[in-house]
Design a protein. Sequence first.
Length: 429
Amino acid sequence: MQRHLDTGHTPAPEQQRHLSDLPGPRGLPWLGQALRLRPARLHLQLEAWGRQYGPCYQCRFGQRAILVVADHATIQTLLRKRPERFRRPLLGGRIAREMGFDEGLFFANDEVWQRQRRMVMAGLDPGHVKAYFPTLLNVTLRRRSRWRAAAQNGARIDLQADLMRFTVDASAGLAFGVDVNTLDSDDDVIQQHLNRIFPKLHKRGLALLPYWRYVRLPSDRALDRSVAAVQEAIRGFIAGARHRMQLDPSLREQPRNLLEAMICAADRADSDVNDHDVAGNVIVLLLAGEDTTANTLAWMIELLHRHPEALERARAEVRSLAPDPAGFTPEQMAALDYLDACAQETMRLKRVSMPFGAGPRICPGRYLALLEMNMAMAMLLSSFGIETVAPAEGGTTREHLSFSMGPVGLRMRLRPLHGEFQRLSANGA
Ligand code: HEM
């Protein structure tokens, strides 16, 4: 971070403010605010300080001095001035590399970011995302089966965990190039490894002391084993995709998943990316696409349940434009304007006004995320009535920050809709 904010013009030296000139909470010597900050509630603490110290303040976290900006226009300016004037913190990339991963787009800076961005964008543009529709439909219908069983048994669905399995299935199907199906198995091996890896990335990013460079605790050794297993699986997925593409060269023209699209980009004559870049981005696409999309869906379901008139309007739209999940098409999903507006409003309420960021590093997965969300919501609204959505512990829904911010402990109970029952009996299911 630069020492003063460049918002388009360079102020005269006497007008320039330095980090140390800004207001902010007083911290302990050496530790700063480190002992006060709880990673899972970090966003709430930063918001509270914003109300107290204004839209631009400083705080210290160990030896790291941090500038916090809560002003929309300034944030937009900063985001747009990347990569020339600002960059992602180097720490994320260092931690990922230390764990044993190749650097992927989310953590990369400078020329590594430039060349990887082209490759990832090529796999996530709207045209390619449309080609992934059959994979996404498969995952959506599988989830409907699971929810149908829960509805018929009157079982409560652990909303966040269940939606996470849906988004993992969707992202992993596209990033691995194979169907991993976490939805129907409670002991999926890859998912167990990822569940160990992703929270560690978050924790190490916020750790006061990088103890793991000096001492290996049992949890660090378990992490090493998980990283090695996932890396080996990824190498296998890349080899498998290359083999399929050799047998069927048409896949080079029309890749069916993200892995194939990235391999095509890596193999082009003028390409400056290689299999390490591909492997690094397989893991980044899983990380970036999992809980962001699952959390948004969970909040959206909670908000719609609390606003029945909006829920019924969304349901009416789905009934008239996309009534049968088995027959969903990309065109139907694109026509669901009200549902799309509900997703945008959910993100505005829970992530302020630039949910996908801005400028050259804007989220390349946004088309995929919006399509996944429309498919999941259209399936839910066409097939089920929502009986309850509430935290297991009662009271109001609490927020929890990990890679993104989600609701804590929501349980959902569904009932099959009448039309759904009729279709089921007609099909003899
Ligand atoms: C509702 C779902 C999602 C939300 C709210 C979201 C939000 C974001 C945000 C805020 C950023 C940072 C943008 C910036 O720095 O300006 C980002 C970056 C990124 N997102 Fe997403 N995202 C979502 C889903 C996805 C999905 C499904 C994928 C891919 C499978 C994805 C892949 C990425 C990648 C690779 C980056 C890094 C881009 C770069 O640094 O150049 N995201 N996302």
